[in-house]
Design a binder for this molecule. Structure first.
Ligand SMILES: Cc1cc2nc3c(=O)[nH]c(=O)nc-3n(C[C@H](O)[C@H](O)[C@H](O)COP(=O)(O)OP(=O)(O)OC[C@H]3O[C@@H](n4cnc5c(N)ncnc54)[C@H](O)[C@@H]3O)c2cc1C
Length: 443
């Protein structure tokens, strides 16, 4: 790349798996260009951190400190500019994205120009128009949701322990999860494990008083580990007293009154929606080439069709699967992190006039944690269950966790947990931190 008056603006939308790992690789490989002011890498994300989502269930269960499952973008991306805020529109025709910086009002919109654009906005929860769902349900994709759920579940035990009305107790102790993929099964299994453990400190709440339920529309759970291990997982959860309802759908959740397609109706204090994801809506509303699912259509080189300056990968991209496993790669971290590296290498190839290379990776399988010392895995066709799978889950994800700092902190959390029991304090008031102060002002 020759020295230029105006540096090449590489704009990365999203600082998650794809965004952060692509920026990390670019800042390493373009060190010379960045030093000479020939290129500038800017990462835009509402959060100042990247979330390591596979550890969210453990953060929700209190095995890990939530701050330890995120990587601070400014510390990791020392040679990039990090701008916090929301991208609200992509106008590739004008080579601009519209951006609302952190702290700005809804109409205070700014424009960010670019020469090269990386679209890495990931996905959002895919909801359905079910009455009451958005009013009382919660997703499980962010560290904030994980923290909320931990406090909320423990608070439900406080409610049950402090009330004599059987209806109030039953409602507080009923926990419903909808959608049995990675996120749903791991969140349910980890939180149930935590709540059962916490029951020992509540003399008037027995673990048998709680009702934990997974509602799944298809006839299988955890498709990521294959049908055999999925069946084993369902049996293992049922053996713990968790109800696993297959081929069942949530019909209504108005005022936390759950109605299921099998005719059952009951009240539940907790409703977690993990029934799939869809590409970030900003992608669908852009002038980029998108498919019917709202994902950027890219070739195997991760470059958008007909836009040689636009790259995309991860959950918001439709990437051809050259390994022959499927038509397109599945939305998961295994692909996202590898695609990020290939994408960055292809940007460097473009800048240096070299040939891009295609992305090709055969999915090696999955590991899932089902609570302390419990897990399931199907990796390279090797099927593991119980403790060995759980151990594999921990070691694999620890090795993948970005930064040495976070690896050490996660290891320290796990080591402490060997000597001390889980913390069971509910900080539910975190949601209303100013309430008491406002009350003081009124009195
Ligand atoms: C609970 C859970 C457990 C999981 N476990 C596993 C697992 O064990 N194995 C596995 O392979 N996969 C797992 N996954 C899936 C995996 O985490 C995703 O496939 C992966 O994160 C996709 O990477 P991405 O970069 O496309 O999206 P993300 O990592 O989600 O990154 C998207 C980024 O865009 C940012 N963003 C959002 N809106 C805007 C905006 N308007 N402007 C700018 N930035 C924005 C977000 O803040 C985020 O940082 C799990 C997912 C969840 C939710």
């Amino acid at each position: 790349m020759s020295a230029e008056k105006n540096p090449r603006q590489i704009l990365i939308l999203g600082g998650g798996y794809v965004g952060m790992y692509a920026a990390l690789r670019l800042q390493r490989r373009l060190r010379r260009e960045l030093k000479r002011g020939e290129a500038v890498i800017t990462v835009v994300d509402p959060q100042s951190y990247m979330t390591y989502q596979p550890f969210l269930p453990e953060a929700a269960a209190g095995n890990l400190e939530p701050r330890h499952v995120v990587a601070p973008l400014r510390k990791v991306l020392k040679h990039c500019r990090v701008r916090n805020g929301h991208v609200t529109r992509i106008e590739d025709g004008r080579r601009r994205v519209v951006f609302r910086p952190a702290g700005a009002g809804p109409d205070d919109l700014h424009e960010l120009p670019y020469d090269l654009l990386v679209v890495a906005l990931g996905s959002i929860s895919r909801t359905l128009p079910i009455p009451g769902l958005t009013g009382c349900g919660i997703g499980f994709k962010t560290v904030e949701e994980a923290i909320y759920l931990r406090n909320h579940v423990l608070h439900q035990l406080d409610v049950a322990a402090s009330n004599d009305d059987p209806d109030v107790r039953r409602r507080a102790l009923t926990f419903v999860f909808v959608g049995a993929g990675f996120a749903g099964i791991e969140a349910l299994a980890e939180l149930e494990d935590m709540a059962r453990d916490a029951c020992r400190w509540y003399p008037n709440v027995k673990s048998g008083d709680m009702r934990w339920m997974m509602v799944e529309a298809s006839d299988r759970i955890l498709p990521e580990v294959g049908p055999e291990m999925g069946r084993w997982t369902a049996d293992a959860l049922r053996a713990r007293g968790i109800e696993v309802k297959l081929q069942t759908m949530l019909k209504s959740a108005e005022n936390r009154h759950i109605v299921l397609s099998d005719g059952e109706e009951f009240d539940a204090g907790t409703l977690v929606w993990t029934a799939g994801v869809k590409a970030h809506p900003v992608v669908k509303d852009s002038d980029l080439p998108v498919d019917d699912k709202g994902r950027v259509e890219v070739g195997a080189d991760l470059v958008a069709e007909g836009r040689p300056h636009v790259y995309a990968a991860g959950d918001n991209a439709r990437v051809p699967d050259l390994s022959g496993t499927g038509e397109y790669t599945a939305p998961n971290a295994q692909h996202a992190v590898r695609q990020a590296r290939r994408l960055a290498d292809n940007i460097v190839a473009d800048l240096r006039g070299r040939e891009r290379r295609p992305y090709k990776h055969a999915y090696v399988g999955s590991v899932a944690s089902l609570g302390l010392h419990k897990g399931v895995a199907n990796v390279y066709g090797i099927k593991l269950r119980g403790f060995p799978a759980w151990f594999m889950h921990r070691t694999y994800h620890l090795s993948r966790m970005p930064t040495l700092n976070r690896k050490m902190r996660v290891t320290a959390d796990w080591t402490l947990a060997l000597f001390f029991r889980r913390e069971i304090v509910s900080l539910a008031e975190l949601e209303r931190p100013r309430e008491e102060f406002e009350l003081a002002g009124r009195s």
